[in-house]
Design a protein around this ligand. Structure first.
Ligand SMILES: [Zn+2]
Length: 345
């Protein structure tokens, strides 16, 4: 039998996104739907209602994640999960997060109206507090699910009014069973708005993400000597800020020629004592870099560690400490390949 080619109903998806944008709609057409607020509850309730209409089985886990399941042909196969988050930041966009959940809902609707049973179960998932705008950190519930965060610590996190995550979760009535947590999946798919400007520059409407970039972050401390800004001759100074700027300029010129796909940021810098009449005796700054290839990240680290040697340190001492790093995570190759084929890339 020839495989049926199913197409979703774009107009319906668009309308659904607009409907969900009513929960916490802002004046300029965005949404403020912080996690576990009344607006979030309304969006969740409506999502559950839509899934029930499709006769999906809706379950909630102990972190408030929602799973709507459509039966598959082979119940022994781990589910195909499509999902994202219905919570938003303050004055967020109406597509961020919602698109990923509602795209899943649209897939379920399309399957249902065409009487197609997916080969494996289909789960449409709403992940609690991905944004972390009300309760830090972001990706909280997915972090607990994947064992990165401790559940009790996360439940105790407070919003600015002093309400804990656990209390807020109880308040909106979305505390479920730990057994409902997802444990395995054939694939997890998330469609998300691009958080950068590249698609627009390339005049593309869609792309397929291959990996989550590896990254490394260093903190560099430059120590000199504080002296009077008026009475200390220039050749007798150990100015930590001048030494730091030498390093920053050097780092930039070295890193920018390393690889065109490398991105690097020196996003935090503090000078001490930060008084206009005193020569800075200490400067602390960070340098973080991201790239897919671990070999490039390795080269970045070599450059950072060589900085004290290759830049004029003005008589100051320099230390560089790695704060943290993360390996590149490659997404499932066969999913990436199939998606690329589907969107003609
Ligand atoms: Zn998002």
């Amino acid at each position: 039998m020839e495989k049926q080619k199913l197409l979703i109903n774009g107009e319906r998806l668009k309308n659904t996104i607009e409907e969900f944008a009513n929960f916490g709609r802002t004046e300029r057409g965005g949404v403020t739907r912080l996690a576990l607020t009344e607006e979030d509850r309304l969006a969740r309730d409506y999502f559950c209602k839509c899934c029930h209409e499709l006769e999906m089985i809706v379950k909630v886990d102990d972190m408030g994640n929602i799973y709507a399941t459509m039966e598959g042909v082979d119940p022994s196969k781990p589910p195909i999960v499509i999902g994202s988050h219905l919570d938003s930041v303050k004055k967020g966009g109406r597509f961020d997060g919602a698109l990923g959940v509602l795209a899943g809902l649209e897939v379920a609707r399309t399957l249902k109206e065409n009487n197609v049973k997916p080969s494996a179960q289909l789960v449409v998932m709403n992940i609690t507090n991905e944004e972390g705008a009300r309760f830090e950190p972001s990706m909280m519930a997915s972090g607990v699910l994947s064992g990165k965060f401790d559940k009790d610590k996360m439940l105790a996190k407070k919003d600015t009014d002093g309400l804990t995550f656990e209390e807020a979760l109880n308040k909106i009535g979305y505390v479920g069973e730990i057994e409902a947590r997802i444990k395995e999946a054939t694939a997890f798919l998330e469609i998300h708005i691009e958080q950068g400007p590249i698609l627009e520059r390339e005049n593309l409407s869609v792309a397929v993400v291959e990996s989550v970039l590896g990254m490394v972050c260093y903190e560099i401390v430059v120590t000199g000597e504080s002296d009077h800004a008026g009475t200390t001759p220039m050749d007798m100074r150990k100015d930590a800020l001048f030494a730091a700027t030498n390093m920053i300029v050097k780092a930039r010129s070295k890193l920018r020629t390393l690889d065109s796909a490398l991105v690097f940021t020196m996003g935090r810098i503090n000078a001490f004592p930060n008084i206009h009449t005193v020569i800075p005796n200490k400067v602390v700054f960070t340098l973080e870099a991201r790239h897919k290839d671990p070999a490039i990240i390795q080269k970045v680290e070599e450059i950072i560690l060589a900085l004290p040697e290759i830049s004029d340190h003005e008589g100051c001492t320099i230390t560089a400490e790695k704060l943290w790093d993360r390996q590149t995570v490659f997404l499932m190759k066969n999913c990436v390949t199939r998606l690329r084929r589907l969107v003609n890339l």
